[in-house]
Structure formats: C-alpha cells, structure tokens
Design a protein around this ligand. Structure first.
Ligand SMILES: NC(=O)C1=CN([C@@H]2O[C@H](COP(=O)(O)OP(=O)(O)OC[C@H]3O[C@@H](n4cnc5c(N)ncnc54)[C@H](O)[C@@H]3O)[C@@H](O)[C@H]2O)C=CC1
Ligand SMILES: O=P(O)(O)OC[C@H]1O[C@](O)(CO)[C@@H](O)[C@@H]1O
Length: 398
C-alpha cells in the first residue's frame, strides 16, 4: 500500500444497515470524503460492491432523492476491512450498541497497522448508536482486551434522531427522514472534520442521556404498548387512544424528573418531549413496531430508556406507573420472542418474567418497581394481546 493512499479523506462506516447506509452516509456525503462500508452480511457487502451506489428517498415526497455513489464495501473479519479502518480519517459505527464489543479485534488490528504504516494521529471513531454511553461500552471492551492501543483510539458519540428504514422492494435503497445534521461529542473529537453535516456539540453525554430518556423512552412506550395491541405500523400505535392517553400521563412525571436530575429547564423539557410525541404520531413517517421493539434486553438495561427514567421518577417523588406498564409490555414481547424461537420440546418451560427483568435491569426483588411491573404483567396477561381489547380497567388508575 502506498503512503499517499493512506489517511486521505476517507470515511469508513461499520454497519451498512438502515442508519449506516441511510443516514450516516448521507451526512458524510455532505463533504468530499470517500465512503466505504464494513458489514458482517456477505449479501449486503456483495450488493454494495456490485451496484456501487444506491438511493436515499425521503418520507417527504416533495424532496429529491439523494444518490450515494462510488461506495465500496468489505466483509468484517477480513484483512481488507482492517486496512480500510487503518487508513481512514474517520470510522463510524452503526451496528447496535450491544454489538460494539465485537469490534475490538478490528479496531486493535487497525490501530496497530496504522502505526506500522506511519500514519500520524489516532483512529477517530464516532458511534452512531442508541444508548446512554455507547462510547463507554466500546472503551470498556477495548480495556478488557488488554490492548496497548487504547490511547490511540478516540471514541466520540453521536446522537441519531433520524428514522430510517429499508425499502424492502429494492436491493439497497433507503427511506428516511430529511434530518439535516449529526451532532457529536465535540469535546472528545476536536478539530475541524471537514464534514458540514457533522456538528460538534458541547456537554454531549448529558444531551445523549436526555435524548435516550425522553425521545427513546417515549418511543419504547409506543412500541411495546403498540406491540401488545398488535399494531404493525408505528404511527398507528402512537395514535391509539389508550397509548396517547398513557403518553400524556407520562409527560409530567418524566419531564419533572429529567428536569431535576439532568438540570434542563422544565418548560424546555416539556417542549422536547412534545416534539418526540408529535414525530412518532406522524403517519407520513412510515416505521414499524417490530423494528423498534428489537433487542428488548438492551432496552431493559439499567442505564437505558425505561429503567433509568423510572428510577429517576421514583427518586423525584413521581408516579412511575406508565413506565411500569411499558416494562411489563416489553417483557410480554420478550416472552413472545422466546416462544417463537423455542423448539417444541422446550416450549413448556415457563417464562419467568421477574427473573428475566432482574437479570437484564439489575433490579433487586425488593426494588419498588418490581411489584408494579408484576401487577401490570399479570393484568396484561388477563386482558390478552390484540386489538380492540378493553384497557379501561388497566389504565383507569393511572
Ligand atoms: N434505523 C433507525 O431508524 C435508527 C437506528 N438507530 C441506531 O442505529 C444503529 C444501527 O441500527 P440500524 O441501522 O437500524 O440496524 P440495521 O440492522 O439496519 O443495521 C445494522 C447493520 O450492522 C451490521 N453489523 C452487525 N454487527 C456488525 C459487526 N460486528 N461488524 C460489521 N457490521 C455489523 C448488520 O449486518 C447490519 O447490516 C443502532 O444502534 C440503532 O439504535 C438510531 C436511531 C434511528
Ligand atoms: O435500536 P433502537 O434503539 O430501537 O433505535 C432505533 C429506533 O430509534 C428511533 O429513532 C426512535 O425510537 C426509531 O426510529 C428507530 O427504529
């Protein structure tokens, strides 16, 4: 490899899925960087190399689609993928927070190769993942691997507000919101990146927490309540009268708690949460309940969108009932997933929702949320999943 071919304006995006291909790539394409992808899916990598381009369509049909061209792709685990990261100026991840630890080998090898090639400067990694601290997840994994390159890798987080879905009737095309920018942690990754759509932002960890605990918390409410009511289309779930009522009941204790705990102005916080509800209720943004429901274990994690805000509500004297009900609905979703994936011979095994919750969330059996979740889990069981069920008694006391 010639030195002149290294560290030029090249960005590699690990994870060529909906966000990586449909949003991160569009942000990078606002510059003169060349874009390549790394993915574990052989099919996706082949398609990207065969076509070399694809189109991002907007929900807003009035906007012209964006063509992303001259892209190449590499299979994760190959030497080419390592070289690509080693010689790129920026590396983005969009693979799901829980998959980040699988990148350790790639990043360590790439960092060592970078040094070996005499390329100056650290590997700059930007996470495009939902989570309150995806950067820490990756840093912790690098540390656990006892790698000597930890200090040669800068990991900055970004926040994704843009909804993006695959256009399943095409090979690679994407349907996305026209979200204009990608805010990232400008205190961790300093200097001009030369990408206009990337916006360096101060106090980023706080903003990311606020996003996950408000926007993604509300999204999880729509998702798991909607899934129990058997909706497929996300906006239909958000507009269901019972779901709307519950979102309304959540606003006060949630915003009060976040305002106290994170220090945001209460009125500003109310507006922030209102904008999230308005977006999720927008029928023109076609999204799917199942897509949003994936990875229940992550979403019931101790620092994620349901448990952490519920804890904050309790600590600030508010009523966490809506979140307890959503947690119960999420556990029913997990139960259905388990049943669907279990073979007939093992399907008689009881789903112990309390044990599952304690394992994923780290809550103890004495935690005040446990009896509330148990109550709603049992109530949901009685009502049964489906549309047209009467939720009057279930939500009457909230
Ligand atoms: N799709 C959306 O509307 C939004 C997604 N996000 C976040 O974006 C991230 C990605 O989500 P999506 O793009 O929706 O998922 P996706 O499932 O469409 O894409 C993920 C891609 O990563 C690949 N992948 C998984 N592990 C990998 C590895 N170790 N190395 C290389 N590739 C790997 C998968 O093959 C897949 O192509 C997640 O953190 C999600 O929370 C955030 C906001 C909106
Ligand atoms: O993987 P997660 O955390 O569900 O995040 C992806 C989701 O986040 C959202 O932006 C809002 O919840 C959805 O549009 C998207 O499906």
């Amino acid at each position: 490899m010639s030195m002149s071919a290294t560290n030029d304006k090249k960005a590699v995006i690990i994870g060529a899925g909906q966000t990586g291909r449909g949003f991160t790539a569009r942000m990078v394409a606002s510059s003169d960087y060349r874009i390549s992808f790394i993915d574990t899916s052989e099919e996706l990598v082949s398609q990207l190399n065969e076509d070399g381009a694809y189109t991002i369509h907007y929900y807003n049909k009035g906007l012209p689609p964006v063509r992303i061209a001259n892209v190449s792709a590499y299979l994760a685990g190959t030497e080419e993928a390592v070289e690509e990261v080693a010689t790129s100026r920026l590396t983005f991840t969009a693979i799901g927070e829980s998959n980040l630890p699988t990148l350790v080998e790639l990043l360590v090898k790439a960092s060592l190769l970078r040094k070996g090639l005499g390329i100056h400067g650290p590997l700059n990694v930007i996470t495009c993942e939902n989570g309150t601290a995806p950067g820490n997840v990756l840093r912790k994994a690098l540390k656990a691997a006892n790698s000597s390159v930890e200090s040669d890798i800068i990991i900055a987080e970004s926040a994704i507000f843009c909804t993006t879905v695959n256009l399943s009737e095409t090979r690679l095309d994407i349907l996305s919101e026209n979200y204009p920018e990608l805010p990232y942690d400008g205190e961790v990754l300093t200097g001009d990146l030369g990408i206009p759509c990337l916006v360096p932002t101060e106090r980023f960890p706080l903003l990311l927490q606020r996003k996950i605990f408000t926007y993604n918390c509300i999204s999880a409410c729509v998702t798991y309540l909607g899934a129990f009511k058997a909706y497929d289309i996300y906006a239909e779930a958000a507009n269901d009268p019972d779901v709307s009522y519950l979102l309304d009941r959540l606003a006060e204790p949630l915003n009060q708690a976040l305002s106290v705990k994170l220090g945001f102005d209460l009125e500003d916080q109310h507006q922030f949460s209102k904008r999230a509800v308005a977006k999720f209720s927008d029928y023109t943004i076609v999204d799917y309940v199942d897509k949003n429901a994936r990875d229940v274990a992550r979403k019931l994690g101790p620092t994620d969108r349901l448990i952490a805000p519920a804890q904050m509500i309790l600590e600030t004297g508010g009523d966490p009932s809506v979140l307890a009900l959503v947690i119960a609905a999420a556990l029913h979703y997990a139960k259905r997933e388990r049943e669907a994936s279990t073979t007939a011979s093992t399907s008689t095994e009881e789903f112990d929702f309390a044990a599952v919750l304690m394992k994923w969330s780290g809550l103890s059996s004495e935690h005040p949320l446990m009896p509330r979740v148990t109550h709603y889990y049992d109530e949901l069981e009685q009502i049964g999943r489906g549309s047209g069920k009467d939720w009057t008694k279930l939500i009457g006391g909230i």
